[in-house]
Design a protein around this ligand. Structure first.
Ligand SMILES: C[S@@+](CC[C@H](N)C(=O)[O-])C[C@H]1O[C@@H](n2cnc3c(N)ncnc32)[C@H](O)[C@@H]1O
Length: 532
């Protein structure tokens, strides 16, 4: 029998586990998806006023996205595609149930352009899909071709460093023999991870991941057949090589590279540099989300100030009733990530409806125009030695105090500054000192979790610094080549642990797999491990 190819395994995964798993009748108020309105996206991206009846393509839509997009864009012509028929069926049923009839649902494979919907689009949404593709650049080039002249592509990809823990849990699952092809495996993985100590960083990463609560989410996050992260430099290069230019970093206030660079006194680096810095040091707790335009699109435009169309009366009767309720009572308007939520007072809602005194609302995101929201930093700069750096950071080091692979991202952060002076990461001590009281300098929130570069900084900095000063350790090709301190006991401990879970695939697991499992399951207490 032929071995199934990765694309066919991936398709089978999403057919079997349509994602995301959201109750069909769960509804959103029509004013909530304000960030998905074509006019808003065009304004933020500097494209001016969107067409009155924009064409929107949601590429890799899953089971949920078409509904909020339809709600946000009542006058748009929307095409929602996915390669999983089961997801399309759920998305279509959801839209029908909520009275959204202006969405078409053809199947399309992003790796196969002849299956794509015809024509060009004013907005293309490709959220969390690109990292599933064998050739993301080819897909992105194709999507760019389908953009209208001033069209906006909103793209989400996983960040390489901030998602390190999720990839480590994926690795753990793979070593345990767990996969999406068995309906019982999400529950088994949940049981294994929840048996770890509360302070275990992988347990924390798992339980704080919103999708861990349902099986389709566990599959998409942790039992995925093949996804990947992108560093900010890789994302920048991908956009550039596809003929796209980043126009607005979408998801969080501090993802706007200018604000970030200013806050951290980073001088005049590129957007890619600032985002890389954010990813490495801050453990970006979201994903990279960027609105991009064709590289040759007309120059950015600043429109006159006007209210966001969703708050100026456009839409269904139900929508207008909701607007009147806001006018009397005010309300909270969430954003997708919850970070930019707006508290809308009754007076604000009245002014928005009347188009009065809009200057007051410029910072809220509920008005269009008024200023250029784009980044003034150059779009991208290469880090010429990144491939070498990434390979080094992932290497398994051998020695008495070898860096614990579970904390590779921490070492990488320090190492980047120490070994790559050409990047100009000066004054790291000052940088870290400034960040210490806050998990996030622009959000000004206290640290709420432990094992991040912030929370652990004071404890770890000296140890990491000493390690770097000791010089390079030899690198092993894999766990088959090394021995842990007390190797026999370590392997026996893992075997005992695995016996505690009825239903775990029996193996065969060689010693190399058991050793790696030991590090992932029990190696969390120390920054260093002894690999002989
Ligand atoms: C992580 S989910 C994201 C779903 C949705 N965009 C969202 O944000 O909720 C990835 C989606 O991409 C789809 N997908 C993956 N590879 C694809 C491909 N080659 N062509 C079309 N869709 C694909 C999957 O079926 C799945 O629905």
């Amino acid at each position: 029998m032929a071995t199934p190819t990765l694309p066919s395994v991936l398709r089978a995964q999403y057919e079997a586990w349509p994602y995301p798993q959201v109750p069909l009748l769960g509804s959103l108020p029509s004013t909530h998806p304000w960030e998905l309105h074509a006019d808003w996206l065009w304004d933020r991206a500097g494209s001016g006023r969107a067409p009155a009846r924009p064409r929107v393509w949601i590429a890799g839509c899953g089971t949920f996205e078409p509904y909020p997009w339809a709600l946000a864009n009542p006058r748009a012509e929307i095409v929602a595609t996915d390669f999983a028929q089961s997801s399309l069926a759920i998305a279509a049923r959801r839209c029908r149930l909520h009275g959204q009839r202006h969405v078409a649902f053809p199947a399309a494979d992003l790796a196969d352009p002849p299956t794509w919907p015809a024509g060009r689009f004013d907005v293309i949404e490709c959220y969390g899909v690109l990292m599933n593709l064998a050739d993301p650049l080819a897909a992105l080039q194709g999507l760019r071709e389908r953009l209208t002249e001033r069209g906006v592509l909103r793209l989400m990809v996983y960040p390489h460093w901030s998602r390190a823990r999720i990839f480590q849990i994926q690795r753990l699952a793979r070593l345990l023999g767990l996969h999406a092809g068995d309906r019982s495996h999400p529950a088994l993985l949940r049981a294994v991870v929840k048996s770890l100590k509360k302070v275990h960083p992988l347990r924390f990463a798992f339980t704080s991941y919103a999708d861990c609560r349902n099986d389709a989410g566990v599959v998409d996050g942790f039992l995925h057949a093949g996804d990947r992260g992108f560093t900010a430099f890789q994302l920048g290069a991908l956009l550039r090589d596809a003929g796209l230019a980043p126009a607005f970093w979408f998801h969080r206030p501090w993802a706007q590279p200018d604000a970030m660079a200013q806050r951290l006194e980073l001088g005049e680096p590129s957007q890619g540099f600032v985002l890389n810095y954010l990813d490495l040091w801050q453990e970006l707790r979201g994903n990279f989300v960027v609105c991009a335009r064709r590289a040759e699109a007309p120059a950015r435009e600043v429109q006159p100030l006007r209210p966001h169309p969703l708050f100026a009366g456009e839409g269904s009767l139900r929508h207008r009733l909701r607007l009147s309720r806001l006018r009397w009572l005010g309300g909270r308007l969430p954003s997708r990530t919850g970070e930019q939520a707006v508290q809308l007072g009754a007076r604000d809602a009245r002014d928005l409806r009347a188009g009065d005194r809009l200057e007051r609302l410029v910072g809220t995101g509920l008005v269009l125009g008024g200023r250029d929201h784009g980044s003034r930093l150059p779009a991208h700069a290469d880090f010429a030695r990144e491939a070498e750096f990434l390979q080094h950071a992932a290497g398994l080091r051998v020695g008495r105090r070898a860096p614990n692979p579970l904390y590779a991202h921490l070492f990488a952060a320090f190492e980047l500054a120490a070994r790559h002076p050409e990047l100009g990461l000066r004054d790291l001590e000052g940088q870290m000192g400034r960040w210490l009281p806050w998990a996030d300098p622009l959000e000004q929130r206290p640290v709420t979790f432990g094992l991040t570069p912030y929370g652990t900084y004071t404890k770890l900095r000296r140890n990491v610094q000493e390690h770097l000063e000791r010089g390079a350790l030899p690198v092993a090709a894999g766990y088959g080549e090394v021995r842990l301190r007390g190797d026999g006991e370590a392997l026996a401990r893992v075997k005992g642990f695995l016996r505690g879970f009825a239903g775990l695939p029996a193996g065969p697991r060689d010693d190399a797999a058991l050793r790696e499992l030991f590090v992932l399951l029990f190696g969390y207490e120390s920054l260093f491990v002894t690999m002989e």
